[in-house]
Design a protein around this ligand. Structure first.
Ligand code: TTP
Ligand code: MG
Length: 385
């Protein structure tokens, strides 16, 4: 039997703000925009603000209506990322098998580590305590025989919660669970299940696997059949070796000036190209990541039919991808290359690579002598075109 631990920070962005501004402690705090911000949405709210019905993804205007005395803050993504890094650095102290899930949560496979602790509860407490000591923040932890149950358990007693689910507790724990809480059941599937009269796990249990599959399709049918019984065999998948090289930048203010964004892409393209060449790699795919003012995040990729390692190709492709996106104020921008090979694989029809590579070689040798970034191309200087 496996022992899986799921950890999720409490009201993460809001908790970081309270850490940095103790005067906010105990107050309704809403992150995502100023109170009069016309288009912002809430990224998170302190537990005090949640009492007023404020939650993630709610328009700021609605939050201001529900909680007029709340403290509204636009948010500081770079700071949250820094704290996230500190939290994620702790997990490998507890297990070699860590699957980071998001900015504030991870799965740890603790199988075989049980005997280091007097009980599973003590295992959970020691992780919570370590996080608190290092960061000053509270986390909620769930421990269970699989990922599905561990994630439910960490959510159960939030904030600052700890719940251990043992096999004998599982049936009782699941029976009153709404079907929408089953992993993989989104709003659409939930509506379908409700129409069939399936509202809680206990409504699913009497039905056979084939009945469920006939009604809701084979994949969802089998998923809910097994999850309703607390069965989930998904392994904890640790982050693998770098499959991509990327750079991203969080702006202190949202940006919608195309020439500024273009210059940022050029700068990141040069950094990515430099690292690619330093590792002797060629890539075939360029991706960009754009997070908008409302934290909505999109990625776009393009794969070429030849390999490249020059800044020009990275910049040109990244810019092309950016130009296809409907621009709203941008909070974060990133460029990544992937799909590596060790040698160049030139396109038969393309002359892209050769001339640029000589410029890159020259730039790299200068940058290696001085500091990276000592020499850059003209387009990384801001222009007003
Ligand atoms: P969550 O862990 O979902 O939420 P939380 O940590 O704020 O609160 P909880 O105690 O319930 O875990 O998300 C982590 C952070 O991600 C959250 O602090 C802000 C950000 N976030 C958004 O920006 N937008 C969103 O819609 C959600 C759900 C989260
Ligand atoms: Mg959280």
């Amino acid at each position: 039997m496996r022992t899986i631990m799921h950890v999720d920070m409490d009201a993460f962005f809001a908790a970081v703000e309270v850490l940095d501004h103790p005067e906010y402690a105990g107050k309704p705090l809403i992150i995502g925009g100023r109170k009069d911000s016309p288009r912002g949405v809430v990224s998170t709210a302190s537990y005090e603000a949640r009492k007023y019905g404020v939650h993630s993804a709610l328009p700021i205007s609605k939050a201001a209506f529900l909680c007029p005395d709340g403290i509204f803050i636009p948010g500081r993504m770079a700071r949250y990322q820094e704290m996230s890094r500190q939290v994620h650095e702790i997990f490998p102290e507890f297990s070699p098998l860590v699957e980071p899930l998001s900015i504030d949560e991870a799965f740890l496979d603790m199988s075989g580590c049980e005997h280091f602790y007097s009980s599973l509860e003590e295992m959970g407490r020691s992780l919570k305590q370590r996080i608190r000591e290092k960061t000053g923040l509270t986390a909620s932890v769930g421990i269970a025989p699989n990922k599905f149950l561990a994630k439910l358990a960490s959510d159960w007693r939030k904030p600052d919660g700890l719940l251990v689910l043992r096999p004998e507790d599982v049936e009782g724990f699941l029976i009153d669970l709404p079907v929408g809480k089953l992993w993989g059941v989104g709003q659409k599937s939930e509506a379908i299940l409700h129409k069939l009269g399936l509202h809680y796990v206990r409504d699913i249990l009497p039905h056979s696997l084939t009945w469920l599959q006939e009604k809701v399709g084979s994949a969802l049918g089998s998923q809910i059949y097994y999850l309703a019984r607390g069965i989930d065999e998904r392994p904890v998948v640790p982050e693998t070796e770098a499959q991509s090289i990327g750079h991203e930048i969080t702006f202190s203010e949202d940006q919608d000036n195309p020439s500024f964004l273009r210059q940022q892409l050029a700068q990141m393209g040069e950094k990515v190209g430099w690292r690619l060449r330093e590792q002797g790699l060629y890539a075939r795919t360029v991706s960009i990541k754009v997070r908008f003012y409302d934290f909505k995040t999109i990625t776009r990729s393009h794969t070429l039919n030849y390999s490249f390692n020059d800044d020009d190709t990275i910049f040109r492709e990244a810019l092309h991808l950016l130009e296809q996106i409907k621009l709203q104020p941008v909070r974060l921008l990133g460029v990544t290359v992937s799909n590596f090979s060790v040698g160049a694989q030139l396109s038969l029809f393309s002359s892209h690579n050769q001339p640029a590579s000589q410029v890159n070689e020259l730039m790299d040798s200068i940058n290696r002598k001085f500091s990276p970034g000592a020499i850059t191309k003209g387009r990384t200087l801001l222009t007003d075109d």
